[in-house]
Design a protein around this ligand. Structure first.
Ligand code: PLP
Length: 413
């Protein structure tokens, strides 16, 4: 099943999006579990190399429905906080398939993740490595390498190069000295250079670099080349060639394994797994025509906002809008689709051609499965939406809508 238009209607799996909006209310995130599963499987199948592990980067979307599907398919987890580690363990992911890659990681966080939860820590800096060594001498660790170059669809998503991430190549000898001092076994070399990458070449560069480093480190059991594989956001966007990616990277690792020693390959996709598997449903509250000094604009005000699609303003991400019950109607009116926040920048879609919209119509923002709910905000004290998953013909609420009580739960009166 997929998310697609049939006749006049948008469907998620076999369910009309309009029915979901009716049953669960809006704003509402809906995920198609079958798309999550097929994205995972097609990526896994693209590798001819045997020893590959996909660690789903759950910062993209940590909904338990999504995570459970991936767990059942054999995925591991790339966790960026102790909280993501704990959730993954609660959901039954094996500890050896979870890795904690943080930034600005405190001793307390390491004590919890390594000491209490027993999960591998991928260190991000010389300082963190030294502190880790003091806390946990004679244990295993992995090192995040910053290869000195990065890629991404936006400067905010470019993590390699002159950024705060990882240990640079010129500091690696120092890092290995510290590892020796504390008798640490460096079992992994990791690199995540950015997000929204469409070319395969950056990954071949990273793979070659990490494998080259691994040659001199006998304890290394895996190289992890990160995530970042891009997805089309708007009509006409290109696609990431996962087949070529799997093939090319497989060949590199295969060759290394034959010439040196067997090694595991890890990748950490987030967006590629969930991006096109989610939609945000929102209802039109008002259609407001405004004229000023001869200029005229039509604002379609919805019951969602940039609180739920923050990347649209933060990084200029385009989300296609579909009127879920007028999906085949001609797009003949140019409108601005705006949210319900007290903020002029609360714009979800600017100068878009849409069918003639009325109050009560439901819109779907497409390709909204990644970095949406997980980055959502409560600005204006707005509760966050509910989340529903459609999987194998079943519809399930996997996160209830936030309530006022949730919003004030941490306040002291
Ligand atoms: C360390 C690490 N791995 C993987 C990812 C996943 O990136 P994407 O969702 O673009 O695949 C991220 C994203 O920020 C990351 O920081």
């Amino acid at each position: 099943m997929v998310i697609e238009v049939r006749g006049s209607y948008l469907y998620v799996g076999n369910v009309r999006a309009s029915d979901l909006a009716e049953s669960f209310g809006t704003p509402l995130f809906v995920y198609d579990g079958d798309t999550v599963a097929s994205n995972y499987s097609k990526l896994a199948r693209s590798f001819t190399y045997r020893d590959v592990e996909i660690l789903y980067s759950c910062k993209a979307n940590s909904n338990p429905g999504v995570l459970s599907i991936l767990r059942d398919l054999g995925a591991g987890v790339d966790a960026s906080s102790p909280q993501e580690v704990l959730l993954s363990i609660m959901l039954g992911f094996p500890k050896e398939k979870i890795m904690f890659t943080g930034n600005g990681v405190t001793d307390e966080e390491m004590k919890y993740v390594r000491g209490e939860l027993g999960v591998l820590v991928n260190v991000d800096s010389i300082s963190q490595l030294r502190r880790y060594g003091r806390l946990f001498p004679d244990t295993e660790t992995s090192i995040r390498v910053n290869p000195g170059f990065g890629y991404g669809y936006h400067e905010f998503t470019t993590t390699g190069g002159l950024t705060k991430f990882g240990i640079g190549l010129d500091s690696l000898d120092r890092a290995l000295e510290i590892a020796r001092e504390y008798r640490l076994k460096v079992v992994g070399l990791h690199s995540h250079i950015g997000s929204g990458i469409f070319a395969v070449e950056p990954y071949t560069r990273v793979t070659k670099l990490l494998l080259n480093l691994a040659k001199n480190l006998p304890d290394v059991e895996f190289v992890d080349i990160g995530g970042g594989m891009g997805i089309p956001q708007k009509p006409g966007d290109g696609e990431f060639n996962h087949v070529e990616f799997g093939q090319v990277i497989s060949e590199l690792v295969e060759e290394y394994s034959k010439s040196f020693s067997s090694i595991k390959l890890r990748i950490e996709p987030g967006r590629f797994i969930v991006g096109n598997a989610g939609v945000l449903l929102t209802r039109v509250v008002e259609v407001k025509e405004v004229s000023q000094s001869g200029a005229r604009r039509i604002f379609v005000i919805v019951d969602s906002s940039v609180n739920h699609l923050i990347r649209s303003v933060l990084m200029d991400v385009y989300y296609e809008a579909v009127a879920v019950s007028k999906a085949s109607s001609p797009r003949e009116v140019e409108v601005d689709i705006v949210g319900n926040l007290c903020m002029a920048g609360d714009v979800l879609a600017k100068a878009r051609k849409m069918p003639r919209l009325e109050e009560g119509d439901v819109l779907a923002f497409m390709n909204a499965g990644a970095y949406t709910y997980s980055m959502s905000l409560n600005y204006n004290m707005k509760p966050r939406p509910a989340e529903v998953i459609v999987y194998k013909g079943r519809v399930r609420l996997t996160r209830r809508r936030e309530s006022f009580t949730d919003l004030i739960a941490t306040l002291e009166f």
